[in-house]
Each structure stands twice: as C-alpha cells, then as structure tokens.
Design a protein around this ligand. Structure first.
Ligand code: NAP
Ligand code: ZN
Length: 348
C-alpha cells in the first residue's frame, strides 16, 4: 500500500515528499497510522551520510507514535484504535543470547533498524517514521499509557527516553547517587527528568547559557556551564555516574576527572568523527571506566514508557510540519531546540 513520506535521495539533498510502499499486514503485523514522529540527531547523521552505510532513498524517523489501523490474524497484544509507539528496532533474530535476555539492541546476528536496515521488501531497506503509515511485527510495538492529549510529547521517549533510561538503570542511578547528564538536547533533557525521577542527585552540563536555568526546571539539582573550568573543577572526583549525550567530538578527560573511584562515564552520543583519545592516567589511578550504551530492548522500552507515564514525564517539544525538516535540522545542529522537534503527521 502506498503511503506519503518525507525523505532524501542523497546526502546533500533537501527533504522532499515521496510515495513509498508498506507491506500488507502479515499474521503477526500491526499497521499504524502515524500521528507524530520525533526528530533525533541520529536521523540527521544518517540522512546526511555522516555515518558509514546510508542507503538512499532515506526516510528517517524512529520516535513514532500513532494508532493501530489494522492487525494480522495472529496478533494478540493490540487492537484497532490502540495508542502505540515504535522506536529504533523493528526486528531481531529472536534466538541469540542477547535476544533471549531481552536485549534485542545487541542482537548478535544484527537487528533490523526502523530505517536504513536491509529487508526483502522494496526498496531493499527499511524506511522510517517520517511517513503516514508503518507496518511492524507486534513484538516490536509498544503500548502508550500516557493521556492521549500527550501523544506528541511522548514520541521522543521512543528513542531519547529509552537511550537515557537504559544506562541510568544499568549503572544504578537512584537515591544517594550523584549523576551527571552532559548536553541538554533531545537525549539530555530526557535524561535529566528520568534521573531525577529515579531519585538521583542530578547535575546537568551545558554549553548553552540559555539552558542554565531551564535545566533546573527539568529536574537538575545543579547546572554547570561546561565551558567554565572553575565550575567544572568544583565537581572533581565526585560523580557516581556520568551520561554523556553530546553529538560532537570533545575532550572526554574533562568528565573522567569528575568521576569518583570505580565510577563510569557512559557515552551515548555518536559523533561523525572521533573524540580526541582520552588520557588513561585518570582511568588507571582510580579504576574509572568509559563505557557505551545503545538504546534499549523492547521490554525495557515498555518499562520506560510506563515509568514515564507514572511519573508524568514527557518531552518538551516544538511541533514542526514535514516541510520544515531541513530547517529543524539546521537548528538542531546549532543546539537551538527546546528540546525535541516533532513532526506533525497531519502535515504530510
Ligand atoms: P541534540 O538534540 O542535538 O543534543 C545534543 C546536545 O549536545 C546539544 O543540544 C548540546 O547541548 C550538546 N552539544 C552539541 N554540540 C556540542 C559541542 N560541540 N560541545 C559540547 N556540547 C555540544 O542530539 P540528540 O538527539 O540528543 O542526540 C545526541 C547524540 O546521541 C547524537 O550523536 C545521536 O546520534 C546519539 N544517539 C545515540 C543513541 C544510542 O543508542 N547510543 C540513541 C539516540 C541518539 P548543550 O546546548 O546543553 O551544550
Ligand atoms: Zn534516535
């Protein structure tokens, strides 16, 4: 079935309307009418070919929310009309150790991303949520239990929410823990809210003067201007965990210096070019770690959505029309988004 989408035909091209084809729902499939789709910095990295391996046409979008419009005969968990979400994953092997552990994002045979992953259906790779409809195996569809009027604000949880929730859970953010969130963008503003709701003492690090006070309103107990070395120095050796969401290369030593003995700096940002190599001395002398984390599995994504619904957590968004995606990308690159652009599906 043909559906309207917005995508790019090459790395240096602007977004244009295009008609794409979605498969007819199979027995285990859920067909979703997309109401809103968030704009993640990963969409920009992919559409512009900043990471290796983009195939064109590229229709990004993995922060999808909408309503079920059809289901296959064997679908058990969803009914027509349900409010649902789809994040970064639409399939995995289902048989390896990681899939058995509910960690589909680390599938050892390679998971299928919501966009830019090889599939049999034309055009040979997945096409994402900057579109009016999508068809997804029910095992990769999430229930949304927030009030319906918050649907647009829930969209960013499907990537920005889970990408911050998963490492915060894994490294034990909670009462008595001092947790840093670096970068107050799409991911960072979710990380601040989630770490605060988990009960941690939250310190936000930003390069934007305009976010110094706003980060407090999101739940940060303290906010540090990361360009001010005296402010940074005041926190030396004090953090249990730091989550770094920055999308550009920068000197990581500034953050390893802030960790306690045995603490971890977890990177989730994936810059187009590498960070300068970190110094090993602070790691060795205090047994500190630099780690990474990728989104989250399906069960944990549902857990995160329900946690956020219980705590009244949603993204702060600016709605845009599909025709404004290029302008939204330019503003995202300038750190000028408070704090996530969300495409209104009705503008398609
Ligand atoms: P975003 O909305 O653009 O936020 C990134 C923030 O980083 C900016 O708002 C800015 O915050 C800060 N920043 C930008 N340039 C900087 C610089 N040169 N130096 C220091 N700080 C800078 O992006 P996002 O959507 O949150 O995504 C962030 C990164 O995570 C991207 O690389 C994305 O691809 C990646 N990502 C990874 C995963 C995963 O599973 N690991 C999932 C989703 C996204 P301030 O204004 O506060 O300084
Ligand atoms: Zn994303």
């Amino acid at each position: 079935m043909a559906t309207r989408a917005y995508g790019v035909t090459a790395a240096d091209q602007a977004f244009t309307a295009m008609d794409i084809v979605r498969r007819a729902p199979g027995p285990r499939d859920v067909q979703i009418d997309i109401a809103f789709c968030g704009i993640c910095h990963s969409d920009l990295h992919t559409a512009r070919g900043e990471w290796p391996g983009t195939v064109y046409p590229c229709v990004p979008g993995h922060e999808i929310v909408g309503h079920v419009s059809a289901i296959g005969d064997a679908v058990k968990g969803f009914r027509v009309g349900d409010a649902v979400g789809v994040g970064c994953l639409v399939d995995s092997c289902g048989q390896c150790g990681s899939c058995d552990d509910g960690l589909e994002q680390y599938c050892e045979r390679g998971w299928t991303g919501t966009y830019n992953s090889p599939i049999a259906d034309p055009p040979g790779h997945t096409l994402g949520g900057y579109s009016q409809q999508i068809v997804v195996d029910e095992g990769f569809v999430l229930h949304i239990r927030h009030p319906r009027e918050q649907l647009a604000e829930v969209a960013p949880l499907l990537c920005a929410g889970i990408t911050t929730y998963s490492p915060l859970r894994h490294w034990g953010a909670g009462p008595g823990k001092k947790v840093g969130i670096v970068g107050v963008g799409g991911l960072g503003h979710m990380g601040i809210q989630i770490a605060h709701a988990m009960g941690a003492h939250v310190v936000a690090f930003t390069t934007s003067d305009s976010k110094l006070t706003e980060a407090r309103a999101l739940g940060a107990d303290e906010v540090v201007n990361s360009r001010d070395s005296a402010q940074m120095q005041a926190h030396a050796g004090s953090f249990d965990f730091i989550l770094n969401t920055v999308a550009a290369p920068h000197v990581l030593d500034a953050y390893t210096a802030l960790l306690k003995r045995d603490a971890t700096l977890c990177l989730v940002g994936v810059p187009a070019s590498p960070h300068p190599s970190p110094s090993v001395m602070p790691l060795i002398f205090s047994r500190k770690a630099i780690a990474g984390s990728l989104i989250g599995g399906i069960a944990e994504t549902q857990e995160m959505l329900d946690f956020c619904a219980r705590h009244g957590i949603v993204a702060k968004i600016e709605r845009v029309r599909a025709q404004e995606i290029d302008r939204a990308y330019a503003r995202m690159l300038a750190s000028d988004v408070k704090y996530r652009f969300v495409i209104d599906g009705s503008s398609m």
